[in-house]
Design a binder for this molecule. Structure first.
Ligand code: XUL
Length: 516
């Protein structure tokens, strides 16, 4: 038995998975829901209410209380925490925590008799943490882009200036609270902040999560001095070191022995939830892409070289096993599928049947399914667009045609907007609610002409963190962990006879999208 813990501090909860690296089993888990279990922080769904709908902050002390609570739950459930031989974790990306000069001493002297949140409160130079849902920094994005050059910023950091990314958020803090910015000695990401608390010292930021800040130079893998200066004065001195994800952050602080954990076990650098998920779903090697079909659909994949999306929609983060990964988000995921289903008066069974009642290529009917404003491509005004037969364009084609159209168009959009990654994907792993649909999986296989593997991994970010620490401590091959923890549950082969149809359709789709 080799037990490891993978934690995941996400927007709405903190989860802990205890895994056995020998068997590939999750042996125990616990979770703390911020809304229902820590209501005193007034953060429903993990977000502090704000009059400005663009501002989305959270309370970092709530994350700390959740850390105490999640270990208490594991201890109360009699999980053999003394047998755990390493841990790592995952944080919601981009969120930042602002610490003053007391931070280091408080960390080093954590008192087991007191709660983490109470001890750490005096170390905050900013009481709240902006998180990834915040989009209030358009002005700061424009200012940073102007100083550095928009294209150059994207080429250097892997993304154009993005509102939720940490650099623009830090700039806004400096502009609006210059005194508190001055008192800030360290700025951590959610991931490196929690890793710091675990080790009782400042932990590094890993390349995976660091690349989501608009500050990390992906060429040198160091903080970019010019970009830091364009963001806020003296910023580079306030950032932790940057380091590979697989390296030791430090040894577990004696504080955590109060839960029965062993003092000094290795804590491997934490990373962001998306980089961890890449590992958790067993896709850390180039050639495999992941499509996660949820409220939003995401497409992510390991990259064999660092490239950037010429259109600026896709992001580049560090791949925790080395190199880089891409992440592309399509806002019109399940919601668009549901809109079309409801519009046809169908239920999910009828939705599934639609694929056997219609044909690949759908008679040339194409939809741009922007039921909500879209990020890839950038569409600010919602509204679906149709190209094809007159009936289809009026939304009056048979249900099977309308349903196939939304799914084919979503997958064609993924193929079109992932071309810049420059990989020939042989395998696509699918996850998320809609991945249960055989029809959707077949369309993915046919449009990409790649094998589709269904996986049934829950909590991929926490699992990825657990797999990473297991590999770092036991020195196994990461591939062996993929096989143990994230094996395919079903495989769908592409129908080669559809390749030409979808090639033609992709060109038509690209034209239609351009014309819209
Ligand atoms: C990625 C992003 C989200 C958060 C969610 O850029 O903003 O996926 O990481 O926690």
């Amino acid at each position: 038995m080799k037990l490891f813990i993978g934690l995941d501090s996400s927007t709405q909860s903190l989860k802990a998975l205890v895994v056995d690296a020998d068997t590939g089993k999750v042996t125990a888990s616990a979770a703390v829901n911020f809304s229902s279990e820590l209501p005193k922080y007034g953060c429903p769904n993990g977000v502090l209410p704000n009059r400005d709908p663009l501002v989305k902050h959270s309370n970092p002390l709530m994350w700390l209380e959740a850390l105490d609570l999640v270990f208490t739950k594991l201890k109360d459930a009699k999980v053999p925490l003394d047998k755990v031989i390493g841990m790592s974790g995952s944080g919601q990306q981009h969120g930042s925590v602002y610490l003053n000069s007391k931070f280091k001493d408080i960390l080093a002297g954590l008192d087991k008799a007191k709660a983490l949140a109470d001890q750490m409160a005096p170390a905050l130079s900013r009481k709240t943490s902006p998180i990834w849902m915040d989009s209030s920094t358009s002005v700061e994005c424009a200012e940073i882009s102007k100083t550095i050059g928009a294209k150059k910023l994207q080429a250097l950091t892997g993304s154009p200036a993005i509102e939720r990314f940490t650099g623009p958020q830090i700039r806004k803090f400096w502009k609006t609270e210059p005194e508190n910015y001055k008192k800030t000695e360290r700025i951590h990401l959610v991931s490196s902040f929690l890793a710091s608390v675990l080790i009782g010292d400042n932990a590094p930021i890993d390349y995976g999560d660091g690349a989501g800040m608009n500050l990390l130079n992906l060429g040198t893998l160091l903080w970019d001095l010019k970009i830091c200066e364009a963001t806020a004065p003296g910023l580079i001195e306030k950032l932790p070191q940057v380091a590979p994800s697989s390296k030791l952050a430090g040894r577990l602080s004696p504080y955590f022995t109060k839960f029965g954990l062993k003092d000094g076990i290795p804590v491997i650098n934490w990373s962001g939830d998306n980089p961890n998920s890449l590992i958790g779903v067993g896709a850390g090697e180039p050639g495999t892409a992941v499509i996660s079909l949820g409220t939003s659909d995401t497409f992510f994949a390991a990259m064999s070289s660092s490239r950037t999306d010429p259109q600026g929609y896709g992001h580049v983060f560090g791949n925790p096993t080395g190199g880089f990964m891409s992440l592309i988000c399509f806002k019109n995921g399940s919601l668009a599928r549901e809109k079309v289903k409801d519009g046809c008066g169908a239920d999910w069974d009828a939705f599934e049947k639609a694929f056997s009642e219609s044909n690949p290529g759908n008679g040339g009917n194409i939809m741009l399914p922007y039921f909500v404003p879209e990020t890839t491509p950038l569409v600010l005004k919602e509204g679906a667009h149709f190209s094809g037969t007159p009936d289809f364009c009026k939304g009056r084609a048979p249900a099977a045609v309308m349903i196939r159209a939304v799914v084919e168009s979503q997958i064609l959009s993924m193929k079109l907007h992932s071309k810049w990654i420059g990989e020939d994907f042989k395998c696509i792993r699918v996850t998320g609610g809609a991945s249960k649909s055989r029809g959707i999986c077949q369309i993915i296989a046919d449009v990409f002409q790649a094998r589709v593997e269904k996986i049934s991994v829950a909590d991929s970010a926490a699992l990825g963190a657990a797999m990473r620490v297991a590999q770092s401590v036991v020195f196994g091959r990461i591939m062996d962990y993929y096989a143990k923890f994230a094996a395919a549950t079903e495989t769908i082969e592409p129908d080669k006879s559809t390749a030409a149809t979808y090639d033609k359709m992709l060109a038509e789709f690209a034209e239609f999208e351009k014309k819209r």
